[in-house]
Design a protein around this ligand. Structure first.
Ligand SMILES: [Zn+2]
Ligand SMILES: [Zn+2]
Length: 314
């Protein structure tokens, strides 16, 4: 029976994570700005303030809905304000260094609305809303998309932890049972090579025991293929599907990858992914599920939600 393993593997950030990010920046210096954002987000994720978020899950959800669908989440004070501002300043500096002409002034002060709007749009994968905010603030759409993604990580990791106990044990969908993202990769775990899909946002893991496309459900093995790197052996490969032109990274591993390693995996296999794109494969550009989510901020770190209860702890 497939079953979910929603609890994230280890802390979101650690000294080992910091070393891995620095090593990656040395081997792919062109990705240093992106890695800088990752480091800011994961450093924030282990701060105490994020453990104070209050996740009120919906009692009833539609069939196929991830756990956070219908959730009401209260975030303490200005936690997201500080994080969005730090990320945006870092990304704008890097963009200016790369030759873009920045608009005068602090980009963080030009953002319309509050930072929760940006975090909410990122979690709901609402690209239209993010592009609108980018236009108003005079920030490049790609820059704001990256900032929004990283700004949502601490909340998603904490919400994922508190929602873990509510993930159905028989979750069958290809998308994340917690936050609706498509999986970042599939781990082929241990000697028995159990297939565990991992979410690169909330770090959830969920098992699939049959080899069928996570994106379109194709089961015909003649429609499925693999791309392996020219060098680097069999540990990393891309699984491709001719029916929907999707591809998914697979990583052979003995144990669950730590939370911080999931985003790094994307950089380690860039060349292989470029080959996939050249051959017409791509990742879905639409979210798998239209997540209904309400975020609000509480005035103090110890604030409780108006619902007066929290999700069961994992
Ligand atoms: Zn997720
Ligand atoms: Zn497919």
């Amino acid at each position: 029976m497939p079953h979910a393993h929603p609890a994230p593997a280890g802390p979101a950030w650690s000294e080992a994570g910091r070393r891995a990010v620095r090593d990656q920046a040395r081997s792919t210096p062109e990705w240093e700005p992106w890695l800088g954002l990752l480091e800011i987000a994961l450093t924030a994720a282990v701060q105490e303030v994020w453990q104070e978020i209050d996740v009120c899950l919906a009692d009833v959800r539609p069939v196929g809905a991830p756990v956070l669908d219908g959730a009401r989440i209260t975030v303490p004070g200005s936690a997201t304000d500080a994080l969005v501002a730090a990320l945006l300043r870092s990304a704008s500096r890097a963009n200016a260094d790369a030759g873009s002409v920045p608009r005068a002034g602090d980009p963080a002060e030009r953002l319309p609305g509050d930072s929760l709007t940006i975090v909410s749009a990122a979690i709901r994968q609402d690209r239209v809303a993010l592009n609108h905010i980018a236009g108003v603030a005079g920030v490049e759409e790609g820059v704001l998309a990256a900032v929004a993604h990283f700004a949502s990580l601490p909340l998603l990791l904490e919400a994922g932890r508190s929602a873990a106990a509510r993930v159905p044990g028989d979750w069958r969908a290809g998308y994340c049972p917690v936050c609706a993202a498509w999986p970042t990769l599939v781990e082929l775990r241990g000697l028995e090579r159990r297939r565990v899909l991992r979410c690169g946002r909330c770090a959830a893991g969920w098992e699939r025991d049959v080899l069928h496309c996570v994106f379109c459900g194709e089961r015909d093995h003649r429609q499925q293929g693999t791309l392996v790197p020219e060098e680097g052996g069999e540990l990393v490969r891309l699984e491709t599907c001719r029916s929907c032109s999707g591809y998914l990274k697979s990583v052979t591993t003995l144990r669950p990858g730590p939370v911080w390693a999931l985003p790094l995996e994307d950089l380690r296999t860039l060349e292989l992914e470029l080959t996939a794109l050249d051959r017409g494969f791509q990742r879905p550009d639409q979210p798998a599920w239209p997540l209904d989510l309400a975020l609000s901020s509480a005035p103090t770190p110890a604030a409780r939600s108006p619902h007066g209860r929290t999700a069961p702890a994992s």
